[in-house]
Design a protein around this ligand. Structure first.
Ligand SMILES: *[C@@H]1O[C@H](CO)[C@@H](O)[C@H](O)[C@H]1NC(C)=O
Ligand SMILES: *[C@@H]1O[C@H](CO)[C@@H](O)[C@H](O)[C@H]1NC(C)=O
Ligand SMILES: *[C@@H]1O[C@H](CO)[C@@H](O)[C@H](O)[C@H]1NC(C)=O
Ligand SMILES: *[C@@H]1O[C@H](CO)[C@@H](O)[C@H](O)[C@H]1NC(C)=O
Ligand SMILES: *[C@@H]1O[C@H](CO)[C@@H](O)[C@H](O)[C@H]1NC(C)=O
Ligand SMILES: *[C@@H]1O[C@H](CO)[C@@H](O)[C@H](O)[C@H]1NC(C)=O
Length: 370
């Protein structure tokens, strides 16, 4: 609940700080001293229950969970050692929905019960691992493409559908996907591109942010790209950038500058990567909201995302994530702003990003540009 509240307000990025204030805000306590006592008590109870839970789950893992998360086999297309083709590099950036909250358990049931996404498992129902596609996570950990590269091992992000789609169409090339995505990060503050200058935002205590807070994630993203490329032994080509973000920029102040910030982001990344025509795919926020006022604010972000792709008609594509949501489904694996954790939504969004990228790269036919 508090997460949604924090993100609706759109002004605070200090998630921990909000947790600290929670007892006071909910009226449990009145003085700061009491507040601290309640906080530590809650913390101790939380840690105790976590350790109990952890101990329990270690022994009570059902067969299904094991199947859903643990079993992985390599697909028969390893990293190509004998290729003259450069490694195709894609940067995937954004906030939590780019991190990925599609439930692996749900994906497993779609395969076993519905017969969908069967290409993701082998004949023994074990997860395939596509070693020709490497994924660098924000921690700089490098993995071969498979399930469990989302928020943690239990989740997928758009990288799965994206990587699978791209690699199917580029059978003779190695692919490197670099993920630079963090939960709750805004474009106005965290990813703020240098050309946008400093912002004028305050934290949850109504104190202005320190200057270095602006663009910290932008700089981190470029550093991750730099380190990933430095580690690469083979020649490479930076082919594309996928941006899937927006929930954290819903407040009127942030959504009013979303369009200019996103244009600057694209221009600054192209300059930094020495790639003036870098293909750009923008995922249009697809979450539905309850209240009309919130709908309006999210719609402004969506409008800005669309407007930006119109400014780069030949080198960008818009993908509306709403096309892949299942709002009326009753099984939920996560919250509404994470598309209820529906694995097909995350996979399909990623696959659509891949299709859009292939069009920009000229691999796929495109009937209408832009
Ligand atoms: C897969 O999912 C889609 C959409 O939910 C559904 O229409 C289809 O029947 C399912 N099964 C297969 C085998 O594609
Ligand atoms: C992944 O994160 C979820 C949500 O925080 C948690 O419930 C789950 O235990 C985690 N799974 C693993 C494998 O760490
Ligand atoms: C920044 O915001 C504060 C409070 O909203 C306002 O008083 C101030 O004029 C703004 N400064 C700039 C440079 O926009
Ligand atoms: C990484 O950054 C260093 C220092 O700025 C630079 O010299 C190097 O060329 C960069 N490497 C790549 C692959 O961009
Ligand atoms: C986009 O491509 C079309 C057709 O190739 C061309 O006429 C147009 O000038 C290009 N626009 C830009 C902005 O590069
Ligand atoms: C979802 O349910 C609402 C309310 O019943 C309905 O108006 C809408 O058409 C449904 N959407 C889909 C995609 O079935």
């Amino acid at each position: 609940m508090h997460l949604e509240m924090e993100q609706q307000e759109g002004e605070e990025d200090e998630y921990d700080g909000l947790l600290l204030l929670l007892p006071q805000m909910t009226g449990w306590v009145s003085s700061p001293q009491q507040n601290r006592r309640v906080y530590y008590t809650v913390l101790v109870i939380l840690l105790l229950s976590l350790s109990v839970l952890f101990g329990m789950t270690k022994h009570t893992n059902t067969v299904d969970n094991e199947r859903a998360v643990m079993w992985k086999v390599a697909a028969d297309d390893d990293w190509l050692l004998e290729t003259s083709q450069p490694v195709q590099v894609f940067l995937l950036a954004g906030q939590s929905n780019m991190v990925g909250f599609g439930s692996v358990q749900h994906l497993h049931s779609l395969i076993i019960e519905m017969g969908n996404y069967t290409h993701l498992v082998d004949q023994n129902d074990q997860w395939r691992v596509r070693s020709r596609v490497r994924v660098v996570l924000p921690s700089l950990k490098e993995e071969s493409l498979t399930v469990g590269l989302g928020f943690n091992e239990s989740f997928i992000g758009p990288e799965l559908g994206f990587g699978w789609t791209i690699s199917e169409s580029l059978p003779n090339q190695n692919i490197l996907i670099i993920k630079a995505a963090w939960d709750g990060y805004s474009l106005a503050v965290n990813f703020r591109p240098p050309s946008a200058g400093l912002g004028n935002y305050t934290n949850f205590r109504h104190k202005p942010f320190d200057d270095e807070k602006y663009g910290a994630a932008y700089r981190e993203m470029l550093s991750i790209v730099n380190q990933s490329l430095e580690a690469l032994a083979e020649p490479y080509e930076i082919k594309g950038f996928v941006w899937f973000q927006g929930w954290a920029d819903q407040s009127p102040q942030k959504n009013s500058e979303y369009k200019t910030n996103l244009v600057y982001l694209i221009q600054d990344i192209r300059r930094a990567l020495h790639s003036p025509d870098l293909c750009v795919v923008i995922g249009e926020c697809g979450q539905y909201r309850g209240k009309p006022k919130d709908q309006e604010n999210l719609q402004r972000v969506r409008d800005a995302q669309k407007a930006v792709t119109e400014l780069f008609p030949n080198t960008s594509q818009l993908v509306d994530a709403r096309a892949f949501t299942h709002e009326n489904r009753t099984e939920h694996y996560n919250s509404g702003f994470h598309y209820h954790g529906h694995a097909d939504t995350y996979y399909d969004i990623g696959a659509a990003f891949g299709e859009a990228m292939l069009k920009l790269m000229g691999v796929r036919e495109d009937n209408h540009s832009g």
